[in-house]
Unconditional design. Structure first.
Length: 318
């Protein structure tokens, strides 16, 4: 196989990124420590698109059902605000981040901390909500925090190419170091759809009809592909902006036709719903649950609960 000069350059730059990331990790490793509250980190080697936030939503719900006093933590990537603790109820995605707003919709009352300093936030959580188990959406790359439990989501079919040209941001050997390595075959996506009022809709009712797809997520083209191939809709316009792009102040009429249905994602909708122009359009909001398949779900949750209980015992005895 002949490799072009451009491909060689990408691999060289990716190799430099991987080397730098590993060196940074080694430098900070002696300073890693457990937080005062139990931390469960869900991460991935990818920059985005692994399904971490939907998996965290599923996992937090399962833990709450088992009586675990869950707290949540996100980085609040690209948010405008700086407060560390998210208020209860519906929040502004521009101030708190799209992933924060999405998870807050699902869990309106649980303790919720937002920011990049994960160890500091976990310490704050322990002081304010003693006994809480903090579930972190991402954070394996926060090298000052030593998670009590680490979960890594694998994704198939991704080229082993580091940033800035690839999607990989963490070394492959991390897969052998985490407590739980969750391969893609052990997870299932269950799709749901609703309108702007929150009323459930059936996507297949729009088979053969012209629709638009509007996203600002990693791999947003997958949404358009789903509506083309699975739903059978005629996707006449597909607009895909960069992941985490601000949508609350964008001129929707300049890129979308108000006469045609617009399909977007739940992660995008938490930003779009604050846009004053969104009421001109008809929306279908796609959401999905990312969970363990039934054949491995019970064992995974039982082993996770055992680890949490062990740390709870250490904490109560100290």
């Amino acid at each position: 196989m002949v490799v072009s000069g451009g491909e060689n350059l990408k691999r060289v730059l990716g190799g430099l990124f991987g080397f730098g990331a590993a060196a940074h990790e080694r430098i900070l490793r002696p300073f890693r420590r457990h937080a005062d509250c139990i931390t469960v980190v869900v991460g991935s080697r990818l920059v985005g698109g692994a399904g971490k936030t939907p998996f965290v939503r599923w996992l937090a719900g399962e833990l709450i059902q088992r009586g675990v006093p869950v707290a949540l933590c996100t980085s609040g990537y690209r948010r405008q605000g700086s407060e560390p603790e998210c208020p209860a109820g519906v929040v502004d995605a521009a101030q708190w981040g799209d992933e924060t707003a999405l998870l807050r919709d699902a869990f309106p009352k649980v303790p919720f901390f937002v920011g990049r300093q994960r160890l500091k936030l976990a310490t704050l959580c322990a002081a304010k909500y003693p006994g809480s188990v903090m579930v972190l959406d991402d954070g394996l790359q926060h090298h000052r925090l030593e998670p009590h439990v680490s979960i890594l989501l694998q994704v198939d079919g991704v080229e082993e190419l580091f940033l800035p040209y690839g999607e990989i941001r963490a070394r492959k050997s991390l897969e052998s170091e985490v407590d739980f390595l969750v391969p893609e075959r052990d997870r299932i996506k269950e799709y749901f759809a609703k309108d702007a009022r929150g009323i459930g809709v059936n996507p297949f009712d729009f088979a053969g009809q012209p629709v638009q797809v509007f996203t600002a997520i990693a791999h947003g083209t997958r949404v358009a592909d789903y509506w083309r191939r699975e739903v059978g809709a005629d996707v006449v316009n597909a607009v895909h902006l960069r992941d985490h792009a601000s949508l609350h102040d964008i001129d929707l009429s300049s890129i979308l036709d108000p006469h045609l249905l617009v399909v977007t994602t739940a992660k995008d909708w938490v930003k779009i719903r604050k846009n004053s122009g969104q009421k001109k359009f008809r929306w279908v909001i796609m959401d999905y649950q990312h969970r363990m398949i039934d054949s491995v779900k019970s064992r995974f949750l039982d082993e996770l609960m055992q680890k949490i209980s062990a740390f709870q015992g250490v904490s109560s005895g100290s």
